[in-house]
Write a protein that binds this ligand. Sequence first.
Ligand code: NI
Length: 255
Amino acid sequence: MFIDTHAHLTFPEYKIDLAEVISRAKHANLEAIINIALDEQALSESLKLAEENPGYIYNAYGLHPQDASTWQESIAHKIRALAKEKKIVAIGETGLDFYYKLSPVEKQAEVFRQFLHLAQELDLPAVIHSRDAARETMRILHEENRGKLKGVFHCFSGDLDLAGEALDLGFLISFTGNITFPKADKIRESAKMIPLDRIMIETDCPFLAPQDYRGKRNEPAYVVNVAEKIAEIRNLSVEEVAMNTAKNARKLFNL
Ligand code: NI
């Protein structure tokens, strides 16, 4: 019923009990998980995970903007090979993070552009991470769009204006556990207004556990809390939110 469109299952937080984490996701009625691998080690573990859980765990591969300095041309070759074998359903996450700036801003932008080229070349959606960099992210997306760009603004925390611009570009918007935080009125306002056929849900686990589990390790099963909050805001049933967001995810990621 639910699809967690952004999880990091190969993080050390799951070393001990990943099988139980996946089993809890199944019991919570998750029908699929998009796992995001952000380095070579994570990728090889992720590919194994997908093999062990066919039709349930799918992978995306990219570099977090924080790690843009580690870009190598071999990453592009790897992505082309993976796409050919249908072993990834998206490119990312990629984008800009001007909050931490762990990689120089120019390098982040350069690598972001490379990934957007690749996404269009391979007809794959891009998973966009944008933090404190909304204007610049939009500018690059517009400059690199050759009419084939598609994807999702993951962990959306912008305002309605930004949501509108993302929708105009054809992108979807994905909400995470921070939509349940008491101070997240701005995020909830966006979640109320965005058309239901353009919304997805995610955990971004192990980060951003919803309010009920705040400060603890997050996991895919908690995506249900995100759906519940959106249902409450929009006066819909949880089932309606689950079915629509899952349908949007299947379409975007071609599951
Ligand atoms: Ni992430």
